[in-house]
Design a protein around this ligand. Structure first.
Ligand SMILES: Cc1cc2nc3c(=O)[nH]c(=O)nc-3n(C[C@H](O)[C@H](O)[C@H](O)COP(=O)(O)OP(=O)(O)OC[C@H]3O[C@@H](n4cnc5c(N)ncnc54)[C@H](O)[C@@H]3O)c2cc1C
Length: 278
């Protein structure tokens, strides 16, 4: 006799995130185009033979970006048996950026730079011209978050717009997603493409200093969220990311295992990457 009973375990979709490692490579690329997307966001499209084999399957992947010195010279490491080996003469400035879009056919890689007061990355992006060189290391690994949740929550500031845009692009039709995004003003909002059912809430700093505006947390606290199991993703200033995570897990029933909160930058410190997960 056939047994038609189904246990709940057998129908629960697998929601365990998966890590994927990639061979670490350092690439020397050239700027192909520079586009000012909004007053505070510049898209740089990079190209070059070194892009061969580039892979970035995770929406919140990051690559280490190496900047040329004042004379336009770019120092890049080579891979030795014990890891990266630097040429004599010091290491260049390096910062983390999200591969916004990789087009293997066109052999291009887009990076979106959020502009702020100071820092080598911001300065470089503001002055970038076609032909300028830039180094790209990694991504070394990817974190693959399944899509089979009742709904998804994505929260971030300007620096997280590339990751949020990638997640929205990969979520399938039928998925439900709530996005809470902070920028300075309406002029800084970017369009998103998605097949998912999107509820989008933009909030504005209106000139307040980034990292000090309470607008993300205040808005989240006042937001009605859908019922059901959800995956929450947060990327913004570190102390704010930590507070958002605490609110989601402590007050809104977010499962800590399905909540990924990162400090994409930290107020008063250069080149930071804080993870606030357990
Ligand atoms: C995993 C990951 C992915 C990231 N992806 C992107 C991305 O795709 N696009 C992007 O624009 N950024 C992204 N960031 C953030 C970016 O790496 C930081 O903002 C970086 O510090 C910028 O470098 P900088 O040279 O301009 O400033 P830094 O020299 O690092 O910092 C100088 C000063 O500026 C402050 N500061 C840094 N960033 C900001 C900011 N955004 N707003 C206000 N003040 C700031 C610092 O606190 C410091 O006081 C990502 C970060 C991580 C960890």
């Amino acid at each position: 006799m056939t047994d038609f009973t189904t246990t709940s375990a057998s129908i629960t979709p697998d929601r365990t995130p998966r890590r994927v490692r990639h061979e670490l490579r350092f690439r020397r690329l050239a700027v192909q185009t520079v586009q000012r997307l909004t007053p505070h966001l510049i898209r740089i499209t990079l190209a070059g033979d070194d892009l061969e084999g580039f892979a970035s399957p995770g929406f919140d992947d990051h690559a280490k970006i190496f900047f040329p010195d004042a004379a336009g010279q770019l120092a890049l490491p080579t891979m030795g048996p014990d890891g990266p080996v630097w040429p004599a003469g010091g290491r260049p400035a390096m910062r983390d950026y999200t591969p916004r879009r990789h087009d293997a056919r066109a052999n291009t890689l887009e990076l979106d730079f959020a502009l702020h007061d100071a820092g080598p990355a911001t300065q470089w992006a503001e002055r970038a011209r076609p032909g300028d060189v830039l180094g790209v290391g990694g991504p070394r690994g990817s974190f693959i978050v399944p899509t089979a949740f009742d709904w998804h929550l994505l929260i971030g500031d300007d620096t997280a717009l590339p990751a949020i845009a990638r997640r929205l692009a990969e979520l399938p039709a039928g998925a439900r997603v709530v996005v809470l995004a902070e920028v300075d003003s309406e002029a800084d909002q970017v369009p998103f493409e998605t097949q998912a059912e999107l509820t989008l809430k933009w909030v504005h700093r209106n000139g307040a200093e980034p990292g000090l505006s309470p607008v993300l947390l205040d808005t989240l606290k006042a937001m009605e969220l859908p019922a059901g199991d959800f995956h929450a993703w947060v990327g913004c200033e570190s102390a704010i990311a930590k507070a958002l995570r605490a609110h989601l897990v402590g007050e809104r029933g977010a499962n800590p295992k399905w909540t990924r909160a990162s400090g994409y930058w930290r107020r008063g410190a250069a080149a930071t990457h804080d993870t606030h997960d357990e």
